[in-house]
Structure formats: C-alpha cells, structure tokens
Write a protein that binds this ligand. Sequence first.
Ligand SMILES: Nc1ncnc2c1ncn2[C@@H]1O[C@H](COP(=O)(O)OP(=O)(O)OP(=O)(O)O)[C@@H](O)[C@H]1O
Ligand code: SF4
Ligand SMILES: [Mg+2]
Length: 318
Amino acid sequence: MHVLEMRDVSRKYSFKRYFWQRKKVIEAVKGVTLSIEQGTCLGLVGESGCGKTTLGKIAAGIEKPDQGEILLMGSSMLSSPRSQRLLMRKELQMVFQDCTGSVNPRHTAGKVIGEPIRNFLKLNKDEEEGMVEKLLETVGLNKEDRHKYPGQFSGGQLQRVCIARALAVKPMLIVLDEPLSSLDVSVQAQILNLLADLKKEYGLSYLFISHDIEAVYYLSDALAVMYLGNVVEYIADISMFEALCHPYAEKLLSSVLPADPGKIKNMEVKNDENEKPGTGPGGCSYARRCARASARCLDTAPGLKEVSEKHYVACHHY
Ligand SMILES: Nc1ncnc2c1ncn2[C@@H]1O[C@H](COP(=O)(O)OP(=O)(O)OP(=O)(O)O)[C@@H](O)[C@H]1O
Ligand code: SF4
Ligand SMILES: [Mg+2]
C-alpha cells in the first residue's frame, strides 16, 4: 500500500530581484509522479536547486502544488474537505536541515515537542508532559532536557528534539530534508541509526532528501534522482543502485560508485559552472550537458519509462 502518492505534481515560483525587473518564473518541480510504500524510505538525490526541498514540502503538505494530485493512503489531500485535510496534515511531518531555524529559541524543548501534541491531540497537561518525556527518551535524550532552550543543546541534540517533535503525533510519513548535513560525522551516524531504528520500530515511512549517498544507501529502500525539477531515474529497490544509468545519474554518482556498494563515499553535488543546463522548449533538459545527446533530445523531452522491472529512466537512449 502506498502511504503517499504524488501524481504529476508541478510547482512554479515567480519572483523579481529588483522592482523594475520583469517577474521571472522558475519551474521548481515539473510533473513529478512518485509514490512511497508504507514502512519504507524513498531516497531523493540531485544537485542543488533541482527541486528536492520543494517536492519535500509538497509531500509534507507545507507547499501546495500548482498542478497535480496528492494521495495519502489513497485519499486526495487537495480535494478532501477541510476537516479531513487537517487530520491528514497530522500524518505528515517534516524535519529540516537547519534545525536551529525551525524551532523558536524562546521555547523550551518541552514546548517545542508539545506543539504538535497541542495542535492535534486532545491531551491534558500531565498527559502532554508524560508524552514529551517519553519522546525525549525515544530519541536518546533525558526527560529533564524538556526544560532546556534550543541554545543549550548541541546540533545533534537539537536535531533529536526536532525528530521527537516530528514523531509526537505518530505520523505515517516524515520528510527528512537533509537532516544530517549540519552535523559532524560522528553525530550523523548516531542520527542515521536513530532514524533507521525508529523506522523499524514504528513502521514509519520516510522521504529522505540528502546529498550523502552513503546515508541514502543505508536508510532508503527506493531511490529517485531529480534534475531541474524532473525525476529522471527511479529504482524501487535500492539494491539495484549500480543499475542507475541515466547520463545525469551516472555523472552524479560516478565519484561515489564503488566496487563494493558498502563503501560508498559522501557526495557533494554541484553544478558544473562550465555547463549550461537546459535546452530549448520541448527538449531534454539535460541535453546541453549530455555526451549522448542526439537530435531527438533537442526537441522532444523524454518521459519516464520502465527499462527493467521496477527501474524507470527518462532518457531517449534507453
Ligand atoms: N519561495 C521561493 N521563491 C522563489 N524561488 C524559489 C522558492 N523556493 C525555491 N525556489 C527556487 O526553486 C528551485 C528549487 O529549489 P529547492 O529549494 O527545491 O532546491 P533543492 O534541490 O532543495 O536545493 P538544495 O540542494 O540547495 O537544497 C530553485 O531554483 C530555487 O531558487
Ligand atoms: S534524453 Fe538525450 S540528452 Fe537527455 S539524458 Fe538521454 S541521451 Fe542525454
Ligand atoms: Mg533543499
């Protein structure tokens, strides 16, 4: 059963840097279709600015798509009645990269974790306090920590507080947007293990956005690769990692693909300054960067197609 399905979702942003400029439109997410099986983790990778956070926010119900449909356990999130939509919001939580920016520095950890409990669950004060203490222990902190303020925690401890807040209402899906990148390596491993344990223990589903391929490989069951707002490759089974074959995915992973997948290195995904992404309207958005581009690639955008079982690639080459 799919816990979440995103069907053909798109999101554009229009902005202008100076008031005399004309508005620019950025298509952050372009017609993405993805689903997450209950109790599994979908890893999402791609270079900076390709639309991962936007898609994560859409999945978490924080951002509304301009187009498309989102189904939570088969029910539409966009066209359901308001009361039902509020209940659905409880099932979707998000943990951000910058945990410092996502908590009020003047609220104690107890108040931060208690916020979704107060919003969604009808508990009295003692019950709320008991639940907060339990959650702190679940994420490896002490119940006395509920009195501390965000500034009194280390980065790793504060990320645990944010994970506790996301867990508070027992959601079906947690969107993890680069939850490790602000932490040092030893703490990253602790948080990753915590996330893996919680997934197993509570049957949680994750959308895990990361630049750290090793972490993605460790935590994910399926993997999607994004490029300029599109999903260009998807494998339903992470053990097919070495079968990734889209020219962009190959390039993205070439620096980290090991002989032994257990020894995958951390990846820093960057735009190559000398390469101009994008092509004319209608063509493959990777055409100008692609060594395999043919005439067809310049005028026809490839759609995702199944090239082998549970393996989808958007490329005319396959
Ligand atoms: N609120 C906004 N207003 C205007 N443009 C936006 C907004 N949010 C995102 N964008 C633009 O949409 C595109 C996708 O942004 P997004 O944050 O989703 O990328 P990302 O893949 O998460 O990048 P990173 O890896 O750097 O976090 C970018 O070009 C970004 O500048
Ligand atoms: S469709 Fe063409 S340009 Fe696009 S990735 Fe495939 S081969 Fe390269
Ligand atoms: Mg992002």
